[in-house]
Design a protein around this ligand. Structure first.
Ligand code: PLP
Length: 402
């Protein structure tokens, strides 16, 4: 067994011990130790998870509010069925008794939005990424993955029998030379990447990946849009929509827990792939399906996603304002999204900077090695549509001079 005591004390000495912080939430703010801070570390990019009006609209619209009112008024429910879309548990895997019709409603909605044949919903984005590659890859295949892909994708790669090569972050020239080297000598090549990277906020040239796929023939594209779904594209379907290449992506992964303010993950794919995953994907088969009432909420959000352009536009202009302000103060980054890194350098500097921002009412957290490379410790500023232009200006005014 690992030496638990020693490892913990070592983490403590190096300033890398992580804690679970008790936090209250109200709107876009957090309450920690009696202090109110603007939450700039959230993935609630559209500001939906904290929007009381939007939530009330769901309660009215879904009938859940009425149902609760009836229960509160003491109306007898003895012997009656609980409406299945209001259940707090599915009590089963979807392959046994947990396949409520609300799941298929969400999957049909995803197909209609993306214009694809099929979609499949999972317990989380983590389940999607750790389960799909192990199910669909064989020992003759090669996975070419960006160096900085998310931990959930790395776990999927570890469980896959395919040979894996990581290419330098966003270095699509290196990727192309790897394609040249491998494409005749293996089964299929899986190019695996994210569309917006979670630590740098940079955006992948998916259109170029689509072109590479056409050129080399035996290529499959696997793209994780966790930070882009809801935020990018005309109707909020992500960078693939923005770059007009949805049909070129074989496995388009989204998460429901970030901009979509719910929980779960999904893939949009062909019908054959969906049927196969239902039969072979362990993180789909051997786990309890999400609570139906939560899927009902997801459906409510998805149906309204296309008309949320005002939130997307607001977020885009706030992000631009922040990026320009930072660049003007000498803090350059590769970000082209709502995730903007503020690189401090050594870990202690990032910790100090985070404390300073927190004292001034901005909830920012230091991100240190091994999450990011040595010497690039940073604050990861993540904007949401509920932040104001004044908030951004105030934040910029606090920047230490370079
Ligand atoms: C958050 C995240 C996931 C995991 O999604 P969950 O639904 O939170 O499990 C997967 N990939 C990326 C890139 C993420 O940022």
């Amino acid at each position: 067994m690992v030496d638990i005591e020693n490892i913990l004390s070592d983490l403590g000495t190096k300033g890398n011990l992580r804690h679970l912080v008790h936090a209250g939430h109200c709107g876009g703010s957090m309450l920690i130790g009696g202090q109110r801070m603007l939450n700039l570390s959230s993935n609630d990019y559209l500001g939906l998870a904290s929007d009381a009006e939007f939530y009330a609209d769901f309660l009215r619209n879904s009938g859940l509010g009425d149902y609760v009112m009836k229960a509160m008024s003491g109306e007898s429910v003895y012997g009656k069925c609980i409406p299945e879309q209001f259940l707090f548990s599915s009590s089963s895997s979807r392959l046994l008794t947990g396949n409520f019709s609300i799941y298929e409603a969400v999957e049909n909605e995803l197909c209609a939005l993306y214009g694809t044949e099929a979609a499949l919903v999972f317990g989380s984005g983590y389940h999607a990424n750790s389960g799909i590659l192990p199910a669909v890859t064989g020992p003759d295949d090669v996975i070419l993955a960006d160096k900085l892909v998310h931990a959930s994708i790395i776990d999927g790669i570890r469980l896959s029998p395919a040979k894996t090569v990581r290419y330098r972050h966003q270095d699509l020239d290196q990727l192309e030379s790897l394609l040249k080297r491998h494409h005749t000598a293996c089964g299929k090549i899986f190019i695996v990447t994210e569309s917006i990277f979670s630590m740098d906020g940079d955006v992948t040239d998916l259109a170029r990946l689509a072109a590479l796929k056409k050129e080399y023939g035996n290529v499959m594209l696997y793209v994780d849009e966790a930070h882009a779904v809801g935020v990018r594209g005309r109707t909020g379907l992500g960078v693939a929509q923005e770059q007009d290449c949805i049909p070129d992506i074989d496995f388009l992964i989204g998460t429901l827990g970030k901009a979509l303010a719910s929980a779960g993950g999904y893939v949009v794919c062909t019908k054959a792939v969906r049927d196969f995953l239902v039969n072979r994907m362990r993180t789909f088969i051997f786990t309890t399906a999400l609570p139906p009432v939560n899927i009902l909420w997801t459906l409510h959000v998805l149906k309204r996603l296309p008309v949320m352009s005002d939130r997307r536009d607001r977020l885009a202009s706030l992000s631009e304002r922040l990026r320009e302000g930072l660049a003007g103060a000498g803090y350059v980054s590769d970000s082209d999204s709502q995730i903007v890194p503020l690189v401090a350098g050594e870990s202690f500097k990032a910790v100090e900077m985070a404390r300073m921002f927190q004292r001034n009412g901005f909830y920012l957290l230091p991100v240190r090695p091994p999450t990011v490379p040595e010497g690039t410790s940073r604050l990861r500023i993540s904007l949401t549509a509920s932040v104001t232009g004044d908030d951004v200006d105030h934040l910029l005014s606090l920047l230490p001079k370079k």
